[in-house]
Ligand binder design. Structure first.
Ligand SMILES: C[S@@+](CC[C@H](N)C(=O)[O-])C[C@H]1O[C@@H](n2cnc3c(N)ncnc32)[C@H](O)[C@@H]1O
Length: 438
């Protein structure tokens, strides 16, 4: 509360627009515990802290509590910092970080980004308006105050813009799309990340993560421990989950493949037949053949995955296992496949690729490479790759993200002679590894 007071006690009657998102965060923290200093909260949420946003004394003192600067009856308070402010806030954020995707998921399940995109006509909608559109599909009107609280929280993460007409109560708060929530609109939006959010924030995924610590002790897949079977078997038994996962993967595929087809354009030119091993819905292959219509594309995946794959121009869907047979082709494409498997299985897969391609054939691997420690400038990508590595620990039996040296060993053992690496621009984790037989 002290922080809020501080803002209202400043000379501002209407804060500048750039302060609004951060102020919304502060609002969502009300009543704010002592350690939530204005500067640390605002800075953490990316507000550039224009001078007029800050009360004059906010930065001066470093003592251990929030002290009234005037007698208790007065309205102004002095915010003070402790050296452990940031650390405590970081831990609190960490503890609650599990909730963030769930809050976003609720918005997607309520179709809020689509409602604003469809009915907002470029403007924001009030809580009441959003509620009425939700009610049209749920047949049960949402609780307005609950909806407002969800939207307010999301706005604090810049998922929506937030505004309010003077004098209106919470029902009059208005919410509009931001660049972030535009990525969650699903209708007529090939770039939507909503399917990936739903797949990753799914019940099964969270249940798998619950067992990570046991996985460390036992050296086994946490998912297997939770469900008694691996993810591919689970998805074949529960097609709804399989469908959700494949749609989520296709989302990521569309984003990264837009970059791959540009950067590796020449690499596809001399290929007449290309098999995408573990190609899921065929999304990657379809983007390649669209750019290179001379290529005959074969999408190989397990029968249950192929059953849910759409018919796409230039793509033949084939159900089967890569451990048994890979259809002959000039080249094999594998995106996010090797990281799913232990070294032994990877060599088996690569040997099958070797068998199914001609002497001048190649395998195009799209996977992350864990950079060595000294590549510090890429710290955020490295950290993301290491989080993917944790995901592999949870969901696969021995799958992992690998260093270049680890990949090299696999290629050599499978009988390949050469490989070259092409990097993709930020924010993509994967690199293109072209592996050749000669
Ligand atoms: C991580 S997903 C990658 C999907 C796709 N390549 C992409 O990046 O969007 C792994 C894929 O491997 C498939 N898969 C698992 N075991 C397989 C097998 N034995 N043979 C063929 N595909 C398999 C799964 O069904 C799934 O589609």
């Amino acid at each position: 509360m002290a922080v809020l007071r501080l803002l209202s006690a400043s000379t501002l009657s209407a804060p500048p627009a750039q302060c609004l998102p951060a102020m919304a965060v502060l609002r969502s923290l009300s009543p704010a515990p002592a350690q939530f200093s204005t500067r640390s909260v605002l800075a953490r949420h990316g507000c550039a802290l224009p001078a007029q946003c800050l009360p004059a004394k906010a930065d001066s003192a470093f003592t251990s509590s929030i002290l009234p600067s005037t007698p208790a009856s007065a309205e102004t308070h002095q915010v003070v910092h402790t050296s452990s402010d940031s650390l405590q806030f970081e831990v609190l954020e960490l503890v609650f970080s599990l909730c963030k995707p769930m809050v976003f998921k609720a918005a997607v399940l309520l179709n809020i980004p689509d409602i604003i995109a469809t009915h907002g006509g470029g403007r924001s909608l009030s809580v009441e308006e959003i509620a009425s559109y939700i009610a049209a599909s749920t047949k049960k009107p949402p609780q307005l105050e609950y909806l407002f609280r969800l939207l307010r929280c999301l706005a604090s993460y810049h998922a929506f813009t937030e505004s309010r007409d003077a004098g209106g109560d919470f029902k009059q708060y208005k919410y509009g799309l931001t660049n972030l929530s535009k990525l969650l609109v699903q209708k007529e939006n090939d770039e939507s990340y909503a399917p990936l959010l739903l797949a990753i924030a799914s019940n099964e995924m969270y249940t798998g993560w619950e067992h990570l610590h046991e996985s460390v002790i036992e050296g086994c897949s946490a998912f297997n421990r939770a469900f008694g079977m691996g993810p591919w078997e689970y998805m074949s038994r529960y097609p709804k989950t399989g469908d959700m996962f494949n749609k989520g993967m296709a989302t990521e595929t569309r984003a990264v493949m837009a970059s791959v087809v540009k950067i590796y354009n020449d690499g596809f030119k001399n290929i007449n037949t290309l098999v995408d091993v573990g190609g899921g819905t065929g999304a990657a292959l379809s983007m390649i053949v669209k750019q290179h219509p001379h290529i005959r594309g074969i999408n190989l995946d397990l029968p249950h995955a192929i059953a849910g794959a759409p018919t796409l121009p230039g793509v033949e869907n084939v159900g089967g296992s890569m451990f048994e047979h890979i259809p002959p082709a000039d080249a094999v494409f594998m995106k996010w496949i090797l990281h799913d498997w232990n070294d032994e299985d990877c060599v088996r897969i690569l040997k099958k690729c070797h068998e199914s391609t001609p002497a001048n054939g190649k395998v195009i691997v799209l996977d992350a490479i864990v950079e060595e420690e000294d590549a510090a400038e890429k710290a955020s990508l490295r950290r993301m790759a290491l989080m993917f590595d944790m995901a592999m620990m949870v969901f696969t039996d021995g799958g992992k993200e690998r260093t270049e040296e680890e990949f090299k060993k696999l290629f050599v053992e499978a009988g390949f002679q050469r490989y070259s690496i092409t990097k993709l621009p930020f924010p993509f984790l994967q690199v293109i590894i072209e592996v050749s037989k000669s």
